[in-house]
Design a protein around this ligand. Structure first.
Ligand code: DOR
Ligand code: ZN
Length: 407
């Protein structure tokens, strides 16, 4: 049994933790805070087909380094997870890689909807955490950008009692803007092309569909004031919508392109500082339900390309918790809120089984984040160089204690 002494709890008490892990150690927990094993409802671990960016060996280590013991993976891989066979192949690969990683990472999978695979839903509905719909195109080839397909998928979600997770950006608006600004090379045009209007239009449609079909919509990566206002109004009418945001919209804004260039390119794009302020308010007044990393790694070489070629997405599973706990230390968010948005709400929305995982996080020491400290295969972060606290030190999961201190 390992005893970790004098650990801070989320209720601001101090207690000793006795962990049945088959050893006999005593660890001083004066600097540690105990939190549950977090749930990241939105990651892209790139299996199959893009394993040079990430796989579940590096991904599981990155998840544990970040304080996550459960992740939900997205279907925009190659080939896309859009048939029963592909789903089963993906599960087999993941199980093999998790075993190899040595970390008991738990996971669930989203199933990708496309215009030709509706007949697959009745074969997979018991084995998925929800349907993922890309209303605007992004990494991969999944796209559902016409209203009749969207109606059809909502009708199926109703029939099989599934949640729909939406990438809500309007494809037509994006395409028109991309055409209009096709000669631009400055990365800031990414935010202009994937405009606030594109997000607003798609979110309005999602709310309407949720209302018509009485289906729960989980709107991914909310980034703007306009979306928050729509969601707030929908919630007040009792429409079943949940809102997710991501750390990049809380800790970066569109002024970051100057320094970060392609490393600041993601979909939806970075927004204005006023949107960021509004998101923090929406977190603190309960409109935002979850914070997910949207861990979407691409290699440094890929991110070094010009605007038109640079893929969208950034790694984030190792930095989400430290960013939030550093914000907590600065009085921007409460511990309670962090646990609600990164554990309790994802658990309740997606019906995740209880676990007894405990993450012991160092919330006293600060360190400068360095690329080489990261476990993600791509080994970079837009936050490198930042002084952060809140990195996990140990994780107790499934009867073993994992030392996750990054060297
Ligand atoms: O920035 C993004 N990256 N947004 C997405 O919608 C997909 C993701 C990825 O898979 O790279
Ligand atoms: Zn994503």
């Amino acid at each position: 049994m390992t005893r970790i002494t004098n650990v801070q709890t989320i209720n601001n008490k101090r207690m000793d933790y006795d962990l049945a892990d088959g050893t006999n150690d005593v660890i001083n927990g004066d600097k540690l805070l105990a939190i549950p094993g977090l749930i990241d409802p939105h990651v892209h671990f790139r299996v199959p087909g893009m394993q040079y960016k990430e796989d579940w060996i590096t991904g599981a280590k990155a998840a544990f380094n970040g304080g996550y013991t459960t992740v939900f993976d997205m279907p925009n891989v190659n080939p896309a997870t859009n048939t029963l066979e592909r789903l089963n192949d993906k599960i087999a690969l993941i199980n093999q890689q998790i075993k190899q990683s040595g970390f008991p990472l738990r996971y669930k999978l989203f199933f990708g909807a496309d215009k030709n695979n509706f007949h697959q839903i009745h074969k997979v509905y018991k084995n998925i955490t929800g349907i993922k719909v890309f209303m605007g195109s992004s990494t991969g080839d999944l796209l559902l950008d016409d209203e009749s397909s969207l109606h059809a998928i909502y009708a199926l979600a109703k029939q099989f009692n599934l949640i729909i997770a939406l990438h809500a950006e309007d494809e037509l608006i994006i395409k028109e803007n991309a055409q209009k600004y096709s000669n631009e090379t400055d990365f800031k045009y990414h935010s202009i092309i994937r405009s606030v209007d594109a997000a607003k239009k798609a979110v309005s449609l999602v709310i309407e569909l949720s209302k018509i079909y009485s289906v729960t919509s989980y709107i991914l990566h909310i980034s703007t004031q306009a979306e928050i206002d729509l969601i707030c109004d929908a919630k007040s009418q009792g429409i079943k919508v949940f809102a997710e945001t991501c750390p990049h919209y809380l800790f970066l804004d569109d002024s970051a392109y100057d320094k970060l260039q392609g490393k600041a390119k993601m979909n939806p794009p970075l927004r204005k500082i006023a949107d960021q302020d509004y998101l923090w308010q929406a977190i603190n007044n309960g409109i935002i339900d979850t914070i997910a990393s949207d861990h979407a790694p691409h290699t440094l070489e890929e991110k070094d390309s010009p605007l038109c070629k640079c893929p969208s997405g950034i790694p984030g599973i190792e930095t989400t918790l430290p960013l939030l706990l550093t914000a907590y230390k600065h009085g921007k968010i409460s511990l309670d809120k962090i646990i609600q948005l990164t554990y309790k709400n994802p658990k309740n929305i997606f019906n995740v089984k209880d676990n007894d995982h405990i993450v012991f996080v160092n919330i006293e020491d600060y360190k400068i984040l360095k690329d080489e400290d990261l476990a993600t295969k791509v080994k970079w972060s837009p936050y490198s160089g930042m002084r952060l606290t809140g990195f996990p030190a140990y994780i107790y999961a499934d009867g073993a204690l994992y030392n996750v201190i990054v060297s």
